[in-house]
Design a protein around this ligand. Sequence first.
Ligand code: AHM
Ligand code: MG
Length: 333
Amino acid sequence: MSRISLTQYLVEKQREKGLIPGELRLLLEVVARACKRISYAVGKGALAGVLGEAGSENVQGESQKKLDVIANETLLEANLWGGNLAAMASEEMDHPHVIPNRYPMGEFLLLFDPLDGSSNIDVNVSIGTIFSVLRLPEGVTDPLEEHFLQAGNRQIAAGYAVYGPSTLLVLTVGDGVACFTLDRETGSWWLTEDRMSIPVQTKEYAINASNARHWHPPVKRYVDELLAGQTGPRGRDYNMRWVASMVADVHRIMIRGGIFMYPRDAREPDKPGKLRLLYEANPMSFLVEQAGGAATNGLTRIMDLQPGKLHERVAVFMGSREEVERVTSYHRG
Ligand code: AHM
Ligand code: MG
């Protein structure tokens, strides 16, 4: 059986379907190359001295791990000179990084969470990278933070890499979701799943249940019904999983269905959830929807939300359509 490489997949999307411009193809290949480098660093772990704290904090006041910083620098360096980007924004940088004028300026904006699931780095559990591509608004020559504040429905590509037992790249350019597996010996990405499709129904859910006492009534009602199992209103038993790396939890759902929840809760009423809209929730929502699932903040489709600031947080309910619709209806009711 002949295999399809990432390059061939993207060239076909460009040539046969006219779905992506050549510059976007090149940009996605560079992002994939950076993820490959991050995967190698993750794989070496203590041998490369990449575990542990970096001794610094990011803009959200979270302490940075060495790998958070390494992954951020890897993505920045790889994407600086290609001529396809105007600017980049990241969970680990207070403000956007504009392409220096010694390089040509491109028409795209790249956003990323360079190392998602940071708490799992030092315990050798799956972690990942999440990214989103937007277009620089027409006529703009001086990219600023405000130009990143676009609704998720304007994304032109999104993806994540999972650094797990194997390294995967899951990608959408708005024409379904494809999954590529990294051959760690040759360094090539090969297409291993062409059209990922999330099962409509599920028996699994993912939520950090240690926050249960802070949940608002719609979330509590929904989870209580799942917990009640066969004798409860749902009439069957459910199973719970929580990796604490969004990429790993959502990847499981992409394959065998389920719902992932990180709700807003009563701890900090002003904080709408933990996850960030622009470089976590939006790209994951784009992928989930492209695989037939749904993603809301409890009330509204996540991809229709107008961001107000770069590091804005949002409540997240995503995965199998029927479950997301149910918990959303509890909020609306
Ligand atoms: P990070 O981007 O700083 O790693 O934080 C996001 C992560 C998600 O990957 C994961 O779903 C969540 O935080 C886990 O949170 P918790 O610590 O409540 O389990
Ligand atoms: Mg993250």
